[in-house]
Design a protein around this ligand. Structure first.
Ligand SMILES: [Zn+2]
Ligand SMILES: [Zn+2]
Length: 457
């Protein structure tokens, strides 16, 4: 596979004298297989340059596939300016994460409404097909694509591409799930281990590394990684090469050089074979099979293109949290996603609710003072095959069984909405994720414990 970077900047385009070498355009990567299959990942302003190249190469009868990680501006702003969309006879397939209330097509059309744009998606001359994705696997010609949700305040998919005997993984935008892992001292477990499994053995990992470890604490919850974390992740996942991208708009070329030099020195001191560099606009990487052979193929048989609409009729969220402010914010987040929000404070209330309106997701706090947390968890487990995933609200992660994910307070409305959306969609696929329901170490009692993970290593 051949990979070319057309946009490497995160958040906002940043052209100018300080970003000449690494580039000022927002995210866009071109991937080509030996057979000629064209896959474009993300549509930041870098997409414009790619479009011109494709047109100059004879832009009629073009067919390509576009994978969109999520629909924040820096990943879609190039769409209205992609010249091959305006050529009759061209065929493009656009894939992106499925929403709950809005299709990918509607979301992309949103940024081209009359108020924002002189043209609308209806004016594209090419044949364009839109595909809403969930977690799973699908094929684009000779490329096997596996998708997995990342941790970001918008529903975001990472993409693992396998073709030509090599694996390329793209993860933008992403922040470690656990604060302890993000800080660099926690072990990979639960969803962070699942993220590492998704990357496992990649010949090339392209990963969000917007911040440095020193900057990260003040940016926690913004949905991005530090370069130090990404290198640690790549080593843990036994990736062969990592390219840092989604460069911060304030990061100069010289500052990026210094970051990469420091990481290289650390890897060399550790005699690590991992190659590290920062993505630069225009750079081409030929990804060749390594002596170790291809990495193990990822993903199961579940099609990422499956329509999960019929399974979404069960659209309610059970909320059991003591703090009225948190409860209000969760209710708002659930309703914004088009879900009913139901409340309960004890096991009996939970059982009555489950009989009337079985939830797709349960969000509970682990308040040791509220002794019925265990009772509510018991009532959830009694639902057996209809057991919803449980997300816990807490100030920090604690050791507890049965918790699938955490909402660490304080959290933003966007983060809450994204967690809710991801878990409702996962539940709707009826595909219990590959990892154990025990996302943390053994607890003294189910769904409740007060021992912080960070204290135990
Ligand atoms: Zn971004
Ligand atoms: Zn984003």
């Amino acid at each position: 596979m051949q990979v070319q970077f057309w946009g490497t900047r995160g958040s906002i385009p940043k052209p100018g004298p300080t970003t000449i070498r690494y580039g000022g355009n927002t995210l866009c990567v071109e991937v080509r297989t030996a057979r000629g299959t064209l896959v474009v990942i993300d549509c930041g302003t870098g997409l414009h340059g790619l479009g011109l190249k494709l047109l100059l190469a004879g832009g009629k009868g073009l067919a390509g596939h576009i994978l969109i990680s999520h629909t924040h501006w820096d990943h879609i702003q190039g769409v209205p300016f992609f010249a091959p969309f305006f050529v009759r006879g061209n065929k493009w397939d656009i894939y992106g994460p499925k929403g709950l209330n809005q299709s990918l097509r509607e979301t992309l059309a949103g940024q081209m409404q009359h108020t924002y744009s002189p043209i609308t998606t209806d004016e594209f001359g090419a044949t364009i097909r839109y595909h809403d994705l969930v977690e799973g696997t699908f094929d684009i010609d000779d490329v096997k694509v596996t998708t997995q949700y990342l941790n970001h305040p918008a529903l975001t998919l990472g993409y693992r591409l396998e073709a030509d005997g090599v694996t390329v993984v793209y993860c933008c935008d992403h922040e470690p799930f656990s604060r302890a892992v993000a800080d660099g001292h926690g072990e990979f477990s639960g969803l962070d281990q699942r993220h590492a499994d998704f990357i496992a053995g990649a010949d090339l990992l392209i990963h969000d590394a917007q911040y440095t470890a020193a900057e990260y604490p003040s940016k926690s919850g913004w949905g991005h990684s530090s370069s130090e974390f990404v290198v640690r992740l790549a080593r843990h996942a036994k990736a062969k090469r990592v390219v840092l991208t989604h460069h911060d708009p304030l990061r100069s070329d010289d500052a990026l050089d210094r970051i990469v030099e420091k990481l290289k020195a650390e890897l060399s001191a550790d005699r690590s074979p991992l190659l590290v560099s920062a993505a630069a606009e225009g750079n081409v990487i030929d990804v060749k099979p390594s002596n170790a052979g291809p990495s193990q193929s990822a993903g199961g048989k579940f099609s990422a293109l499956t329509s999960v609409e019929p399974a979404l009729v069960r659209r309610s969220v059970l909320i059991s949290v003591a703090d009225p402010k948190v409860a209000k914010s969760l209710k708002k987040a659930a309703q914004a996603e088009g879900l009913r929000a139901n409340f309960c404070s004890n096991a009996e209330g939970a059982r009555t609710l489950f009989a009337k309106d079985p939830p797709s997701l349960a969000i509970i706090d682990l308040d040791i003072a509220r002794h019925d947390d265990a009772g509510i968890c018991e009532a959830i487990r009694e639902m057996e095959e209809n057991e919803p995933p449980v997300v816990a609200v807490a100030e920090q992660e604690v050791e507890a069984d049965g918790i699938m994910d955490w909402l660490i307070t304080p959290f933003t409305d966007s983060y809450a909405r994204t967690k809710i959306r991801a878990w409702v969609l996962r539940a709707a696929t009826s595909r219990v994720p590959h990892y154990s329901r025990k996302t943390t170490r053994t607890a003294s009692r189910d769904c409740a414990s007060s021992s912080p993970i960070s204290d135990s290593g």
